[in-house]
Design a protein around this ligand. Structure first.
Ligand code: PEP
Length: 252
């Protein structure tokens, strides 16, 4: 059985009071509801230790939104896999499209980050997906294949099983545009088949692949019901318990 996950990416939102309030609401929700999926959040890095304090029994997984490709040293502004391990974080998002767009991150960077995260016992959520131009040009399958191969195919079979992939078409992130469940399923099945071709079907069947891109309470159930979609990476709708909890309940 693959793990089923709903993960919230808070991006650069919320001051400390609002962040603390939402974490406390999430804890209370989690303690009072049986969920059929794991619930993870990626708050701004400034709030990671607070999140670890609030979710002291690991009720909710705590992820950074990025981490350095370097182990330590003169990299001002960065946080390392080692630091995340030292606060007992669950893992890190890697290669989010906003990191690629505004910070020049490439799949080679992602490859180093994914490996470093795994070496420290962290779960990498590796994000990929095509741009609108690439989709319009009919290149989406090829783009996602290349991304997956460059970022992940230096890993061993045991390592890749621990990676969570988030397919996030760039044209659907924060735009209100969602891939149809069929469009998302096509790419998820494609990613799984690429992994199967390299590592075997058994390994591919263990890799959780999340969909991200304008998932909302009213479309989550249909998206999550696709056979190769194992949950979602949620941006805007993760910022309010009311919406996020309905998305979690799409697994019920
Ligand atoms: C994201 O940032 O990963 C994301 C999917 O955002 P949104 O849900 O707002 O489209």
């Amino acid at each position: 059985m693959r793990r089923k996950i709903v993960a919230g990416n808070w991006k650069m939102n919320k001051n400390v009071i609002d962040a603390q309030q939402l974490m406390i609401q999430l804890l209370s929700y989690k303690n009072n509801h049986a969920t059929n999926c794991e619930v993870w959040i990626a708050p701004p890095s400034l709030y990671l230790m607070m999140a670890k304090d609030i979710f002291e029994k690991d009720e909710i997984g705590v992820f950074s939104q990025d981490m350095s490709e370097h182990e330590s040293g003169a990299y001002t502004g960065e946080i390392s896999a080692d630091m995340l391990e030292s606060i007992d974080a669950t893992g890190s998002l890697i290669g989010h499209s906003e990191r690629r767009q505004y910070h020049g991150e490439t799949d080679s960077h992602c490859n180093r980050k994914v490996k470093l995260a795994l070496d420290k016992g962290l779960i990498p959520i590796y994000c990929n997906g095509e741009t609108l131009e690439q989709r319009k040009a009919g290149q989406h399958l090829e783009v996602v294949k290349n991304q997956t191969e460059v970022a992940l195919f230096t890993l061993s079979a045991e390592e890749i099983k621990k990676v969570v992939i988030a397919y996030e078409p760039v044209w659907a992130i924060g735009t209100g545009e969602t891939a149809t469940p069929e469009q998302a399923q096509e790419i998820h099945a494609h990613i799984r088949s690429i992994i199967a071709a390299k590592y075997g079907q058994e390994v591919a069947d263990e890799v959780s692949i999340l969909y991200g891109g304008s998932v909302k309470p009213d479309n989550a159930k249909e998206i999550f019901s696709q056979p190769d979609i194992d949950g979602g990476l949620i941006g805007g709708a993760a910022l309010k318990l009311e919406d996020f909890s309905k998305i979690i309940e799409a697994f019920n």
